[in-house]
Write a protein that binds this ligand. Structure first.
Ligand code: ADP
Ligand code: MG
Length: 746
């Protein structure tokens, strides 16, 4: 599988955004500082250096200097970053390497601007749109013996849950708030072939820049629909746009080989410290989860940069597992760390620079992914070949084939196929006509022959329809494959192409220049001593004093650095302790409730059903019934003896069968209401004679007639609006029912 095996470091570049209006206003009247008025960052693009100035520090405090692969100051253009840093990476992806670009930095420093930029303005388009353009342009310029298949996926990690932003269900209009749909969270899986991947992630085949842009828009819409506060949400979630480019090309052995390059475009959550102190319960858990991925990423980077610790904690978070290959594995990786120049963010800026500085030391082992088993392109090619064979077989069966078309189905000439079809149909029609006209045939014979022709016609039609379907499928599949220089038109003219090449050359040159400069700088320091020959003692003392001063300054820097790192360590430790205390307190609270309010046997029942899922990092209930027998054991809703949903009187059944009034569709037999008659009280000393001959324990005349009748009466049909039923109608209806039933039943 591997072809080119080598080791290279993660490329780290720094980008500083300009001061925004608010910061500029705040800086008005401030004397000039590095990075312009009010800024604290100074950049040397030629050397690839960032100098940071502490606005709160004592006047003599040395500035902090960091060196990176390249740095981009506030005046730099999107195009500069792309041509110099990203372009070589995308080219590698097209050659079958894995590539990753991730933007890291505090919220509001330009991560999204760098990755996406402003789509509608070509000058301000970010890495992602430029990469789309680049991929498809390169395909259009490649040789015709190459076939490509480009796929894209888009996902988001929010609170340690993975969400598929291209999930077709998410785009259904009836989903009001996708983030409440917990079943949309996806799981991570690992396979020896393709490493860590997201199970059931939607992946869409793209044929052009437009299509892939539409996908991105669709995903972005889902993000904003789900988030109540988009700003808040985007600064707390990580997004990953994944492009897979599969390319089949003839190898030296004459056979077709497939290379698969995967490109991860990652826009991370804001790296600022989430306040964990002073929040409780759900909010605490949320705060802990938000930064989990980022702190896990930091730990992974530290472990890798350190190189000594054998264990790299990839499994600590979803993000680090997804980026496992990109950090210390089979990928070429670029990290863009973004900064803001405002003094109030000094601490965060310094943290970002330190983070980035550490990442420089990570060694990756990128290699070309050749002929992986799970290449989709291979499947496509097989399917297409099969369809082709089917079609040419069908064509071969056609009676009137042109001789020259023997070598197989050419997949073209829609009109010809259509012509052939009308021709055959016309012939059959003619034959039918001839039979009809033929006076020498008996009527019976004529009928039989006509029937036969009719059947032939039917068969022919079926055959053609099947072929049509196959052709449609074939075309759909083939259109998804991009052939080098064929499917996409390259609209750039020669002049533009030359310009592009020039620009790339310049970018390449300045990159090399910077590398050499950096090397020279390092060497200078080492060889200074060797070169120096001193003519006098005095000179020697002077030179050595100078050197001593320089080294002393350096020592101070390192000491300050150590102090800083220690402080940071102490701070994060304190925070962790605080979090732990809060969690312990909460745990005690929960225990108290459980001990005092939940009966022991209930608690045990629950405890026995709980199992821990290490993959999901969660406790789960084992279902009471095993999953597979769940359906078979589910009780069916009871039906009435004759199979209706509810009991229906015989009369209603008959009416239903006869299509009578809808009133009897589902008639309940009886409707019982509370008897609300006034209690009849008769004083005990009343003798019957005094009460009179009409006495009965139930009052008759003094109680309204209708209440009596309502005690037992036919219920109203469920579909009728309730209305007052007069005594006469209810008694009548009772009577008519009892008499009508037997007659209707007959
Ligand atoms: P993040 O994604 O890191 O939170 P954004 O990319 O949303 O930050 O940037 C915040 C603001 O700063 C946006 O309005 C963006 O247009 C602006 N911005 C960021 N970087 C630059 C830059 N290099 N040049 C000009 N404007 C920038
Ligand atoms: Mg952003």
């Amino acid at each position: 599988m591997s072809k080119v095996k080598s080791s290279e470091t993660v490329k780290v570049v720094i980008r500083c955004r300009p001061l925004n209006r608010k910061e500029e206003a705040a800086a008005a009247g401030v004397t000039r500082t590095p990075g312009g008025v009010g800024g604290i960052v100074e950049m040397d693009m030629r050397l690839g250096q960032v100098v940071l100035w502490n606005p709160h520090g004592p006047p003599g405090e040395p500035r902090k200097t960091f060196t990176f692969d390249s740095v981009y100051d506030p005046s730099s253009k999107q195009r500069d970053l792309y041509d110099e840093t990203v372009r070589p990476l995308i080219d590698s992806v097209l050659d079958g390497f894995n590539g990753t670009i991730f933007a890291y930095g505090q919220t509001g420093t330009g991560k999204t601007y760098t990755m996406q930029g402003v789509w509608l303005e070509p000058e301000r388009r970010g890495v992602i749109p430029n990469a789309f353009e680049h991929v498809f342009t390169q395909i259009s310029r490649s040789s015709a013996d190459r076939q490509y298949l480009v796929r894209a996926s888009y996902l988001e990690i929010y609170r340690e849950e993975i969400r598929d932003l291209l999930d077709p269900n998410m785009h259904a209009p009836h989903v009001p708030n996708v983030h409440t749909h917990t079943h949309h969270t996806l799981e991570l899986r690992e396979s020896p072939e393709s490493g860590v991947y997201v199970r059931d992630l939607t992946s869409c085949v793209c044929k052009s820049v437009k299509e892939i842009q539409e996908l991105m828009n669709l995903g972005n819409q889902v993000r904003s629909v789900g988030a109540t506060d988009m700003n808040e949400h985007s600064s707390r979630s990580h997004t990953l746009f994944l492009i897979t480019v599969e390319c089949s090309l003839p190898g030296p052995d004459g056979r077709q080989h497939i290379r698969v390059g995967r490109l991860n475009l990652v826009d991370l959550a804001g790296s600022e410290r989430q306040a964990k102190t002073g929040v409780h319960g759900e909010r605490l858990k949320e705060a802990a989860k938000i930064n989990l991925s980022l702190s896990a990423l930091g730990n992974v980077i530290s472990a890798l940069a350190d190189g000594r610790s054998g264990h790299v904690p990839y499994r600590d978070s979803k993000l680090t597992r997804l980026l496992q290959d990109s950090l210390g594995g089979n990928a070429k990786t670029v990290m863009v760390a973004t900064l803001g120049p405002a003094p109030q963010h000094y601490e965060e800026t310094l943290t970002t620079l330190r983070y980035a500085n550490r990442a420089k030391n990570i060694q990756n082992q990128p290699r070309v992914n050749e002929d992986p088993k799970d290449a989709l392109l291979r499947e496509f090619q097989k399917e297409i070949a099969w369809l082709r064979a089917q079609l040419s077989h069908r064509e071969g069966r056609g009676k009137h084939r042109k001789e020259e078309g023997e070598e197989g189905w050419d997949g073209e000439g829609d009109e010809e196929v259509e012509k052939e079809r009308t021709l055959q149909e016309g012939r059959l029609e003619e034959e039918k006509e001839a039979i009809r006209e033929d006076g020498s045939l008996l009527a019976e014979e004529k009928q039989r022959l006509l029937g036969e022709k009719e059947r032939m016609m039917g068969d022919l039609k079926k055959e053609w329809d099947a072929t049509e379907q196959l052709t449609a499928k074939y075309k759909a599949m083939e259109s998804k494959l991009l052939v080098g220089g064929k499917n996409i038109m390259d609209h750039t003219n020669e002049q533009q192409k030359t310009l592009e090449i020039r620009r790339q050359e310049i970018a390449e040159q300045s990159r090399r220049e910077r590398e050499i400069q950096q090397q020279v700088m390092v060497q200078d320091e080492e060889t200074l001593e060797l070169k120096e020959t001193f003519s006098s003692l005095q000179q020697e003392v002077e030179a050595k004093t100078k050197k001593l001063k320089k080294l002393y300054a350096k020592l101070q820097c390192v000491k300050a650095e150590i102090q800083d790192v220690n402080d940071e360590h102490v701070r994060s430790r304190q925070e962790l302790e605080q979090t732990q205390n809060q969690l312990t307190r909460e745990l005690k609270f929960k225990f108290l409730i459980i001990e005092n309010f939940i009966p022991l046997e209930e608690k045990n029942k629950i405890m026995n059903r709980l199992t821990f899922d290490p993959e999901e990092d969660q406790w789960k209930f084992t279902p009471l019934v095993p999953a597979e027998s769940q359906f078979s054991q589910m009780k069916k809703r009871p039906a009435s003896a004759v199979g209706y949903k509810r009991p229906i009187s015989q009369y209603a059944r008959v009416s239903l069968a006869m299509g009578a009034h809808s009133r009897y569709r589902a008639e309940n037999i009886m409707f019982l209401e509370l008897d609300m008659t006034h209690p009849t009280t008769v004083s005990l000393d009343h003798r019957p004679s005094e009460v009179g001959p009409n006495y009965s324990p139930y009052p008759t005349d003094n109680v309204p007639h209708r209440e009596r009748a309502a005690r037992v009466r036919m219920s109203r049909s469920w579909c009728q609006t309730p209305r007052a039923i007069t005594s006469s109608t209810s008694t009548v209806s009772l009577a008519t029912h009892s008499t009508a039933t037997p007659t209707a039943a007959q």
